[in-house]
Ligand binder design. Structure first.
Ligand SMILES: Cc1cc2nc3c(=O)[nH]c(=O)nc-3n(C[C@H](O)[C@H](O)[C@H](O)COP(=O)(O)O)c2cc1C
Length: 317
């Protein structure tokens, strides 16, 4: 086996490699210095042609040296970042597909159409029609494709959203997109039996995103479901509790005078047509839900659309 120019025959330490290779000549200046007993700085081994071989130089470094540790750490980070980036790119389409299915499932749940084993895509395609609403006029528009419209992205674009003044922003959302995608849910006879509105607003720790189901009269609530938030499990997270969610069924958004009356208030509200009991130990999240519902029922939210809803449904039915 030919002698390795750095380590000598397999496993031979650099200090003795030149002796072991039988040539009798030291291989490098460092070795020469070592042989004469003089203490000099470590020098990278050279290729036979005279150039520096980085891999051999790295392998020749003492295993616990600072440069070797640093190079190993940086190299590992680099390799891991390549794996993570590749996984993110490869899995992106799958993530988007899962997100779409999750959205559909949440819409079916708040529509009362979700049951164990349901084919989410099939039920959604046959019973739910997404439509874009221009929030200012409260009318449906076909100018925007509901499949490609992203309300969160639009809300960040000044050209496609409005800035909300503090006193007009009880939900603390800052900006509101000019359009929203709503979902018309049909019964077996093909008549729209509920309309699903996307709502969001700030709780205690996070923005809560959810769907509010209303009857075709635009007043009666049929369901409320949050699909994304970071409130504390067991406290604010109880917005997901089916018992609390069930309390929203048949509550009304507006009083007879047209004023917004929907509310979240402490105490038993079972006989109140507009209010639901606040979550215990989660007054701030409850207040957030109260505020966001009142915002989305207002002029700046779905107010105009809810007023037009019976007419819009008969025109577009
Ligand atoms: C660790 C921790 C997490 C909390 N999470 C929430 C929460 O998610 N939502 C909320 O309204 N209050 C939360 N609270 C409680 C609030 O700080 C506040 O005390 C509560 O909203 C008051 O509600 P109460 O009047 O019903 O007791 C949390 C408190 C602690 C210490």
């Amino acid at each position: 086996m030919p002698a390795d120019p750095v380590t000598g025959p397999e496993g031979t330490p650099p200090e003795t490699a030149h002796k072991a290779n039988g040539s009798g000549a030291p291989r490098s200046e460092a070795d020469a210095a070592g042989e004469s007993g003089a203490k000099t700085a470590w020098l990278p081994p050279t290729k036979p042609s005279g150039g520096i071989n980085p891999l051999r130089a790295f392998l020749a470094m003492p295993i616990d040296s600072t440069p070797r540790t640093l190079i190993t750490a940086v190299g590992l980070c680099f390799i891991c970042s390549i794996f993570v980036s590749a996984a993110a790119v490869v899995l992106k389409p799958l993530q988007l597909e899962n997100k779409r299915l999750d959205r559909q499932q949440n819409i079916l749940e708040v529509s009362g159409l979700m049951y164990p084993g349901a084919d989410v895509e099939y039920v959604f395609d046959h019973r739910v029609t997404p439509r874009v609403v221009a929030l200012e006029t409260g009318r449906f528009t076909d100018a925007i494709d509901p499949a490609s419209f992203d309300q969160r992205v639009a809300a960040r674009d000044p050209a496609r959203s409005i800035d909300l003044a503090d006193d007009a922003d009880p939900a603390s959302i800052g900006r509101r997109a000019n359009h929203a995608v709503v979902y018309l849910v049909e019964n077996d006879e093909g008549r729209v039996e509920r309309v699903i509105l996307p709502v969001h607003g700030y709780g205690l720790w996070s923005t809560l995103y959810g769907f509010l189901a209303v009857a075709p009269d635009g007043d009666r609530i049929l369901g409320l479901k949050f699909y994304e938030h970071a409130e504390t499990p067991g406290l604010g997270g109880e917005v997901d509790n089916p018992k609390w969610r069930a309390m929203w069924h048949d509550k009304e958004l507006f009083g007879d005078d047209g004023e917004i009356r929907v509310a979240v208030e402490k105490g038993d509200q079972s006989s109140d047509p507009y209010a639901v009991d606040a979550l215990s130990g989660a007054t701030l999240t409850s207040r957030g839900v109260h505020n966001l519902l009142r915002f989305w029922a207002s002029e700046d939210g779905f107010g105009p659309f809810l007023e037009n809803l019976p007419q819009e449904l008969s025109d577009n039915g």
